[in-house]
Design a protein around this ligand. Structure first.
Ligand code: NDP
Length: 316
């Protein structure tokens, strides 16, 4: 049962770089944004260690610290930041309805979705144990730490192919673990892998365990699913690239999305198919997925929302 209903001008769902950037712009434009953080305040970056590729931090910064700075900047201009998780929406009419934690109902003139995406993991205990200590789900973020070293990457889609070639530029050897005997990646991406001398593709290979010395990764135990032969490949880095899942389930039936759940925007904007509902960050981006690109689209969403609200006021 809904305990309370509150009306806000601008509601932001999500607290990664996209959500907080939208909040900074929306607050400075006097849209009085209310932001719900979701279950992981700060988003995916709070689960990484050093961030070295976000402009403005020449010495690098820890992911959780950077997100704390984003939060403070959003708060400084008056964003009302609240812990809570959007559990359902009703976009059938304006103002739009968003339910938080199943029992708080808000209506909003403009909704900015910045719910992000979650990396898929293999689900091994050792994978979680060494996450951040040799295990990573982002080669572009963490590849640099394995310069000159031997690493493994699991997956055979476009992301894995792209990240394997990225890693091959930095690392001495990249072992690509492919569970079937074919790639899922496009032919062009596959060709890039085949044309890179220091990528070794291991077909029919599944990961059994990440091996470590208690502190850092030292190898990966694999099994050939045809021969059932087990072996250990000595690596210091283990990258998981088996896909991401956009956090968009609650928008099914309301917003246009592709067959993998990424929300679709009108070209060159953050407008969704519903007037007054905007989307930014990884929830709508399966290609770039960087903090800086998420922040960029967060800015766009706030500007789009501001224009939408101004035009609406003018019409009334
Ligand atoms: P995909 O879903 O396309 O591929 C996932 C890969 O991971 C598959 O090869 C899959 O194997 C493998 N996999 C899944 N689960 C496991 C598991 N438990 N163990 C081992 N392997 C596993 O995800 P991507 O992130 O690669 O791509 C997502 C979308 O983004 C695609 O549409 C892609 O084209 C697009 N993209 C485009 C890029 C570009 O244009 N530059 C760059 C990156 C992504 P299997 O094949 O056996 O199912």
């Amino acid at each position: 049962m809904n305990k309370e209903t509150e009306h806000v001008k601008c509601l932001i769902i999500g607290s990664g770089p996209a959500g907080y950037t939208a909040a900074i712009y929306a607050a400075r434009a006097d849209l009085k944004p209310v932001l719900y953080t979701g279950i992981v305040p700060g988003g995916q970056l709070t689960q990484t260690t050093e961030v070295e590729n976000f402009p403005g931090y020449p010495k690098g910064i820890l992911g959780p610290e950077m997100m704390e700075e984003f939060r403070q900047q959003a708060e400084r201009f008056g964003t009302d930041i609240r812990f809570g998780y959007a559990t359902s929406v009703d976009f059938s009419e304006s103002p739009h309805k968003v339910i938080i934690d199943e029992n708080v109902t808000l209506t909003a003139d403009a909704v900015i979705i910045a719910t992000g995406a979650s990396a898929k993991w293999l689900g091994l205990e050792s994978e979680q144990k060494y996450n951040g200590f040799g295990v990573s789900a982002c080669a572009v973020c963490d590849g640099f730490f394995f310069k000159g070293q031997e690493v493994a990457i699991v997956g055979a889609g476009d992301t894995a192919a792209e990240e394997a070639t990225y890693l091959a530029k930095l690392c001495s050897m990249v072992h690509m673990l492919v569970r079937r005997d074919v790639f899922r990646a496009s032919k062009a991406m596959e060709a890039r892998v085949f044309n890179t001398a220091n990528i070794e593709v291991h077909y029919n290979t599944e990961t059994k365990e990440i091996v470590g010395d208690g502190q850092n990764v030292t190898g990966v135990k694999v099994i050939n699913n045809r021969t059932q032969v087990e072996s250990v490949i000595n690596v210091t880095g283990f990258f998981v690239a088996i896909g991401h899942k956009p956090n968009t389930d609650i928008f099914k039936g309301w917003l246009d999305m592709d067959d993998t759940g990424y929300l679709i925007t009108k070209p060159g904007s953050t407008h969704t198919n519903v007037d007054g509902v905007f989307v930014c960050g990884d929830a709508q981006d399966k290609v770039y997925r960087q903090a800086v690109t998420a922040a960029g689209t967060g800015c766009m969403a706030a500007l789009d929302a501001e224009r939408y609200l101004a035009e609406r006021e003018y019409r009334v």
